[in-house]
Design a protein around this ligand. Structure first.
Ligand code: GLU
Length: 446
């Protein structure tokens, strides 16, 4: 049994977008590859912005992607553990009360910037005597609590970035508890990582600085520090930051656009890695091929057009068994040969509904070359039909009329399907069947 436990820790303050879905996926693939466990942790300590409907949407969207969790936790239900951790830090002298108002802090920052100093918290509150604190308390001032950084170099070997070193002397002591008593993200996160024995933290590189702070907190709590892997963030096709557009890149919208979950995970698992982005028809293939070492240091690209393209390629590669239930649900009979006939023409699965009308009708044929079509109707062979029927039949029509190439095939397609383009007729013809084909060649709606 592997000791690997990873977590994906979204805040339920919005819908999942491709960026956080990628983080979830990398954690999931890592867990499955190593035989470990995947924790879905809902970071809902911000009670103002967290919404149960977002939590439900996160769970549903991950399920849609095929990312199943082994463990589930909600931070809001773990307040006692967070308070205990805070007490431990206070006892160790690493968590201290501060009384500055937001306005005072802001003024101080402005002054620091104006005099060319880095805007780092000056630790004034550390020098308050017990009496001064009591006095501030008596004035009705409520304390917020800061973690006292070691002001030294924190180092770790990041599983993606290699050796990382951050000097916490350049950072402000982070506020862990707000003046209303609520916890900010940092301490609950570390506490839960400790309690769930998280072995690897895999997340975006926007958290690198947080990691230095968190490593100090793990150590101050006397806990084992997990391994870290910070992946580069997704950027648009032209290298632009996606952050502004993330709302339009939610999984919900991809799903509404007809993106298959396997296309989305194939893309998100491979973008930014040394592997090519190709469609994978099962998630096991992705697990098999997963390795953190394959993730590069350069930003990973996300291009909606490329994803649509991959989606089409995935559909073209899907065997009938993978879609049998969905075709049945769409009311499509004789679905196996139909799937083989139409899948190369699909951009999204829902296109099957439209293509099914080519078989089932009724459709209005277009008769462009009446004498040719009349001859073709006359030469229509008896059933049973198979894929060889088309070649034999069109051969006979060519011999009788002298028409060939486009002059032969185009009028036949228009008459049989009422359209300029479509699936291969040698596959479609046996599905249309003789009765309907004949009716269409006779110009009847069928
Ligand atoms: N809730 C945090 C976020 O969404 C979790 C970050 C992390 O520790 O992975 O940014």
């Amino acid at each position: 049994m592997s000791d690997t436990v990873v977590r994906f820790a979204p805040s339920p303050t919005g819908l999942l977008h491709v960026g956080n879905a990628r983080t979830a996926l990398l954690n999931f693939l890592f867990a499955r590859k190593s035989g470990g466990k995947f924790l879905l942790r809902i970071d809902d300590t911000d009670s103002e912005r967290s919404k149960p409907e977002y939590e439900a949407a996160i769970v549903e969207d991950l399920k849609w992607l095929g990312i199943a969790h082994d463990l589930f936790a909600r931070q809001s239900e773990r307040a006692e553990a967070h308070r205990a951790a805070a007490e431990k830090l206070k006892a160790a002298g690493r968590l201290y009360p501060c009384y500055e108002s937001a306005l005072e802090l802001d003024r101080r920052r402005q002054r620091q910037i104006a005099s060319g100093r880095p805007p780092v918290y000056d630790r004034a509150a550390l020098n308050l005597s017990a009496e001064e604190r009591a006095k501030l308390g008596a004035q009705g001032r409520k304390a917020h609590w800061r973690f006292k950084l070691s002001q030294s170099k924190v180092k770790w070997r990041d599983l993606i970035r290699g050796e990382v070193e951050i000097d916490t002397a350049h950072l402000s002591d982070p506020v862990l508890i707000r003046e209303d008593g609520r916890f900010l993200y940092t301490l609950p996160s570390v506490t839960d990582d400790v309690d769930f024995a998280i072995s690897h933290i895999i997340r975006g590189e926007d958290h690198v600085t947080n990691t230095a702070v968190q490593i100090e907190i793990f150590e101050a709590l006397g806990a084992t520090v997990p391994a870290f892997a910070h992946h580069p963030l997704l950027v648009g096709a032209g290298g632009e930051a996606l952050s502004k557009r993330l709302g339009s890149l939610s999984l919900r919208l991809l799903r509404e656009d007809g993106i298959e979950p396997l296309a989305a995970v194939s893309y998100l698992a491979k973008t930014g890695t040394s592997d090519p982005i190709v469609p994978h028809t099962t998630i096991s293939e992705l697990i098999e091929g997963f390795a953190l070492e394959k993730i590069g240091r350069a930003p990973a690209h996300f291009d909606p057009a490329e994803l649509s393209n991959l989606n089409a390629k995935l559909l073209h590669a899907l065997p009938f068994e993978a879609v049998a239930l969905r075709l049945a649900a769409a009311g499509i009979a004789d679905a196996a040969p139909f799937w083989e006939a139409v899948k190369p023409n699909l951009a999204r699965f829902s296109d099957v509904g439209d293509l099914w009308t080519l078989v089932e009708g009724p459709l209005a044929p277009i008769v462009e070359n009446a004498p040719l079509i009349a001859k073709a109707a006359e030469l229509l062979p008896p059933e049973p039909w198979d894929e060889a029927t088309w070649t034999a039949w069109t051969g006979a029509v060519a011999a009788a009329t002298g028409a060939k190439g486009r002059a032969l095939y185009h009028p036949l397609r228009l008459a049989l399907t009422g359209r300029e383009h479509g699936p291969e007729l040698k596959k479609l013809l046996p599905l249309i069947g003789r009765a309907r084909a004949l009716a269409r060649l006779n110009g009847e709606k069928a």
